[in-house]
Design a protein around this ligand. Structure first.
Ligand SMILES: [Zn+2]
Length: 211
């Protein structure tokens, strides 16, 4: 299973009429936020495979008052669990709150509540299928892993117990840019989970399901 994950920055090589040629054989696209919806729509129509994403802090709120704030043909995975191409994927969008009243920004306690709301569906999926969650996608990293000292780039503490309980195979995120102040490698192993900073894109080969 070949996965193209994208985040934060539009890349010319992907926003190209030749993207289908460059990324032949990709089975699934995952978006970790802060990308124009036209870019996601271009990728889903060019590659013709499912695309699931979470919103970042620069994306508009998607709710009953703003139903058009979505990428057409793609699936918003925020606070949801989905089965796609034999994989269980789940998502939690947003970043640490740094401006009051803005969409897709959350305090640490708010993200604890969002993670707690997602957990029963993850555990139920595991009971039903007998397998761990394959991929959890988020916009922000966990606290202390690939995050930064400035408030907008603080990682979420809630993701640490979520990783311990749900034990996903992969945790993919964006939001913190590798070239800024993150000097550590953008891939970190946390228990059974491989945490990967996607910005701006990455191809990931996911082995078939493991129990
Ligand atoms: Zn961001």
């Amino acid at each position: 299973m070949k996965i193209l994950a994208v985040s934060d920055t539009v890349v010319d090589k992907l926003y190209s009429p030749r993207v289908g040629e460059y990324f032949r054989g990709v089975d699934l696209v995952l978006g970790c936020g802060d990308l124009p919806y036209e870019y996601l729509e271009f990728l889903v129509s060019s590659l013709n495979v499912p695309l699931l994403y979470v919103p970042g802090n620069h994306d508009p709120a998607y709710n009953e008052h703003n139903p058009s704030a979505r990428a057409e043909g793609c699936e918003n995975l925020d606070r949801r669990v989905a089965r796609v191409k034999g994989l269980t994927v789940a998502g939690l969008g947003g970043c640490h709150r740094y401006q009051p009243g803005r969409a897709n920004q959350y305090s640490q306690p708010e993200m604890y509540a969002r993670a707690a709301a997602l957990l029963p569906a993850l555990l139920w999926q595991r009971l039903r299928s007998g397998a761990r969650t394959d991929i959890l996608i988020a916009h922000s990293p966990p606290r202390g892993i690939h995050d930064d000292d400035d408030l907008p780039h603080h990682g979420f503490s809630a993701f640490l117990p979520l990783l311990r309980l749900a034990r996903p195979r992969y945790f993919l995120h964006g939001h913190t840019l590798v070239y800024k102040s993150n000097l550590e490698p953008p891939v970190t192993q946390v228990g059974p989970t491989t945490v990967v900073n996607i910005s701006p894109y990455r191809l990931i080969e996911v082995a078939p399901h493991v129990r």
